[in-house]
Every structure is written in C-alpha cells, then in structure tokens.
Design a binder for this molecule. Structure first.
Ligand code: SAH
Length: 196
C-alpha cells in the first residue's frame, strides 16, 4: 500500500475515534442540571453547526483530496506523518480526559445536580486539558491533511468557542465549588501544567 494512502486511513481512523468518543460521552447530556441553561443551549447550537462543517471539511479532504487541492500545502510526507502521530496521541488523551471527567462532561456549560470537581488524571495539572487536546487535534488536521483551509477553520473555531466560554466556565465552577476551586486554580495551569 502507498504510504500516503495509509496516512489517509490513519487520519480517517482518528476522525472516527474522535466522533465515537464524543458521542459515547455525550450520553451524560440527559442528566439533570442546576438552574436554567438557556444561554448555554444557544452557544451549543452554533458550536454543533461549526463542528459539523469542520468534520465535513475533514471528510472531504480524506475521501476526495482533489476537491480541496486549491487549499493544499506542499508539506513533505514525513511531516504529515508527524501530524498523524500527534492526532493519535490526542485521541488517547481525549479518551483519558473524558474518562476522568465522566458524567461532569457537557458540550455546553452545565453544573450538574451531582456535579463533582474532577482533579484526577490530567486535571491534577491542568484545568482545561480537553481544550488543549482540541487545539492539538486542529494542528494534527492542518499538518496531517496538509490543508490550510481545514487547519485554519478548526484553529479559528476552537479559538472563538473556547475564548467565549472559558471565563464563564471558571466563574460557574468558582460559584459552585467556592474555595475548593480557588485552591485548585492556584495549583493548576489553564491549558498547560503550571511551571514551578
Ligand atoms: N474545560 C474542561 C471541561 C470541558 S467539558 C476541559 O477542557 O477539560 C465542559 C464541562 O465541564 C462544563 O460543564 C464544566 O462545568 C465542566 N468542568 C470543567 N472543569 C471541571 C472539573 N475540573 N471538574 C468537574 N467539572 C468540570
């Protein structure tokens, strides 16, 4: 099998794994939440539409790269494989953080009735490891697919969505967990582990 064909298969497997992990852990969306979540739902609808467009772009670049040849980058195959390795690492980490966060996960911001502060796994060092992993995946698509449109789309959408929600997310967690979250903020970094 040609090396670039194998690369497309690996990237396709990464895409399916990401979708599979997200769908599996979205089961917790049906759990009851505290208070009204009106604003959260609107953010989530835009968020889902953006994700759908992003996944459609990746699928198009994988199934028929010729359709998107106008946005291709002339990257060497070895570098594209580095993108795929980053993607595989991101999938493993995504599974780990979802496993740690468990039923506290929600694509929109929600405090569950039985919300517990997660400080295990990657959360012991970083407050938002899932967002860091989503950036890792965006870079994996950019480099692995060697397509600037896919990469720029994902990097832009992640920056906008995460930038809009992160302060509110921390404010909600602070309000709910109080001093426990304040102490947690002091010992962790936002996206990367805190340098001592
Ligand atoms: N920002 C986190 C989680 C994203 S999922 C990350 O990047 O890993 C979003 C949901 O997770 C929100 O409803 C938020 O209330 C919840 N959440 C975020 N950090 C949490 C933590 N340490 N413990 C429990 N729930 C958390």
């Amino acid at each position: 099998m040609r090396s670039d064909a194998l690369l497309q298969i690996v990237l396709g497997a990464i895409l399916l794994s990401v979708i599979g992990i997200r769908l599996y852990y979205m089961r917790s969306m049906r759990l009851p939440s505290k208070g009204r979540q009106g604003r959260g739902v609107k953010v989530s609808l835009r968020f889902r539409l953006g994700m759908l467009c992003g996944f459609a772009l990746i699928a198009t670049a994988l199934v028929n790269p010729a359709w998107m040849s106008w946005s291709c980058l002339p990257l060497p195959l070895a570098l594209r494989w580095c993108g795929a390795v980053l993607g595989v690492l991101a999938v493993c980490l995504l599974f780990w953080v979802h496993h740690s966060l468990g039923k506290n996960f929600s694509p929109q911001l929600r405090i569950r009735q039985e919300h517990a502060l997660c400080t295990s796994g990657l959360y012991q060092w970083v407050r938002h490891p899932m967002y860091t992993i989503l950036f890792m995946l965006s870079i994996a698509w950019l480099v692995g697919l060697a397509n600037w449109l896919v990469g720029v789309f994902w990097l832009t959408i992640q920056t906008i969505v995460i930038g809009k929600r992160i302060d509110r997310e921390e404010a909600e967690l602070l309000e709910h967990f109080g001093d426990e979250y304040r102490a947690y903020m002091k010992r962790t970094g936002r996206f990367l582990p805190r340098l001592r």
